[in-house]
Design a binder for this molecule. Structure first.
Ligand SMILES: Cc1cc2nc3c(=O)[nH]c(=O)nc-3n(C[C@H](O)[C@H](O)[C@H](O)COP(=O)(O)OP(=O)(O)OC[C@H]3O[C@@H](n4cnc5c(N)ncnc54)[C@H](O)[C@@H]3O)c2cc1C
Length: 456
């Protein structure tokens, strides 16, 4: 039974995907849980803005169908993924090429493999077709036949390597490891470097080579995809599957202990354990002494046009680095629900510090990348996040401790890999540690009301 003064077994601070994934597991195991979220909505960095019929993600949009936690996290049964076209398009040496398609993409074998991937246990993910696939034959492949065969074999090889073996490889900055891979310079500079920079949000590729290998493995064994309806579909599903009243938005935690959380709005909540599930910087404010990794800044720029460029629902990477855009896509071709009828949504990502006149510089670069005039495109939003993605510099610990003390736990992408997969996985690890300490005894109780607000 709860102590009389306890408002919940566990209070979780932060309703990003890490905190919500932990809440799902704790609740399923019978522990009563309250999730406090400072913002007026759930999702954290996975937030989506709705403006004039458009759904604009604050974040880059690069999930993989191969992320295991998308299938393992309870509450995501209704998640629908919209895949990009297989492989990517790369703007290299002044023109667009296709690259990185699996050898079987588009054929009957590819369709069969994709179908198998989604009926494998423990749960099927719903994957809807995108507008066009595979990447249009209109674009020439990157490199000659030998280059393509070597790349295809390398991607096939990394998809087959067990994760433990990848993690046992020597660790160094990814940029240096790439140079030593024995791949042709055109493949490295024209495909691997821009792909990894985009996926890791790290233009300098200072990231640990082990994390880069994991990312390449996810690319080679799955498809880039978007949650249908916006990035926030994922946290909304997780929050919606919790008992009513579990998630309290607009409540900021100001202090935590092993048995209580103090909030700015509702005074103190007593509990048996506390899980801090905020980003790294906010976690260190609540838990002094916690290391804050350096973070990669990311800017996402959204434009609309009534004459979309034709890229066949592919992700377009920039390898030439003659402008600020690292990657871009006509997102509404991948997921039509993100734009009103007759309009296209083009979302582009700038890594690092954005240029002073971001819209002008991005628009000029997009004109070169898509090979079309962009002056009539309308700017919808520019969203900059300075602490977007924790850097995973070598040596990177992929399993940073989630149990700090008996009663005090921490999760979030900064404890694992700096991805949605890492955030969900850290939530799972934290829930496991909590369940071990507290035990899972009885059916979950409905969440109790918060104490009466204190005077401002
Ligand atoms: C621009 C951008 C692009 C990205 N691109 C990709 C990508 O392509 N692929 C990918 O996999 N990942 C990407 N990511 C990373 C991914 O979004 C994160 O890894 C993931 O969303 C982190 O989830 P989280 O739950 O750990 O943290 P968060 O989402 O940060 O959630 C923490 C929550 O805690 C709340 N909070 C903070 N302090 C308090 C407090 N004191 N009291 C109460 N609540 C508090 C916050 O409001 C927030 O809602 C990107 C991120 C950004 C910003």
């Amino acid at each position: 039974m709860l102590e009389p003064a306890c408002q919940a077994d566990v209070v979780i601070v932060g309703a990003g995907v890490a905190g919500l994934s932990a809440a799902q597991r704790l609740n399923s195991a019978g522990l009563s849980t309250v999730v406090l979220e400072a913002a007026p909505h759930v999702g954290g960095r996975m937030a989506t803005e709705k403006i004039d019929g458009f759904r604009l993600d604050r974040v880059g949009r690069l999930l993989f169908t191969s992320y295991p936690e998308l299938r393992l996290t309870p509450g995501l049964d209704a998640l629908v993924l919209r895949p990009f076209a297989a492989g990517v398009l790369v703007h290299a040496e002044g023109r667009v090429h296709r690259a990185g398609e699996p050898a079987s993409a588009g054929g009957a074998r590819g369709a069969l493999d994709a179908a198998r991937a989604f009926v494998s246990p423990p749960r099927r993910l719903r994957q809807l077709p995108s507008a066009a696939e595979p990447v249009s034959r209109a674009y020439p492949p990157l490199g000659g036949a030998l280059d393509q065969a070597r790349l295809s074999a390398a991607l096939g090889g990394i998809a087959a390597v067990p994760v433990e073996r990848l993690l046992a490889r020597p660790e160094r900055p990814a940029g240096r490891a790439l140079a030593a891979r024995g791949m042709p310079a055109r493949t490295v500079e024209g495909f691997l470097r821009p792909l990894l920079a985009a996926l890791l949000c790290d233009p300098d590729l200072a990231t640990s080579s082990r994390c880069a290998d994991l990312t390449l493995r996810a690319f080679a064994s799955g498809r880039l995809c978007l949650p249908e309806g916006g990035a926030d579909a994922l946290p909304e599903l997780l929050a919606g599957a919790l008992p009513p009243g579990t998630v309290r938005t607009g409540v900021r935690a100001t202090a935590v202990s092993t048995t209580s959380v103090t909030t700015a709005e509702h005074g103190e909540l007593r509990c048996r354990a506390v899980l801090v599930a905020t980003g790294a910087r906010a976690a260190a404010e609540l838990l002094p002494g916690l290391r804050v990794p350096p973070c990669h800044p990311v800017t996402v720029v959204h434009h609309t046009s009534d004459e979309p460029p034709t890229t066949d629902a592919a992700l377009l990477l920039d390898a030439d680095r003659r402008g600020p855009v690292a990657h871009t896509a006509v997102v509404s071709q991948v997921d039509p629900s993100r734009a009103p009828a007759g309009r296209a949504l083009i979302s582009s990502t700038v890594l690092g510090v954005p240029p002073a006149d971001t819209d002008r510089a991005v628009r000029a670069h997009l004109a070169a990348l898509y090979g079309t005039a962009t002056d009539r495109w309308e700017l919808l939003a520019v969203r900059h996040t300075s602490d977007a993605v924790p850097a995973m510099l070598p040596p990177h610990d992929l399993r940073r401790p989630v149990r700090l003390l008996d009663g005090l736990y921490v999760c979030g992408d900064h404890r694992d890999t700096s991805t949605v997969q890492g955030a969900l996985h850290s939530g799972r690890r934290a829930a496991r540690a909590l369940l071990k300490d507290l035990g899972a005894a009885r059916p979950a109780l409905p969440a109790p009301p918060l104490p009466t607000p204190t005077a401002a």
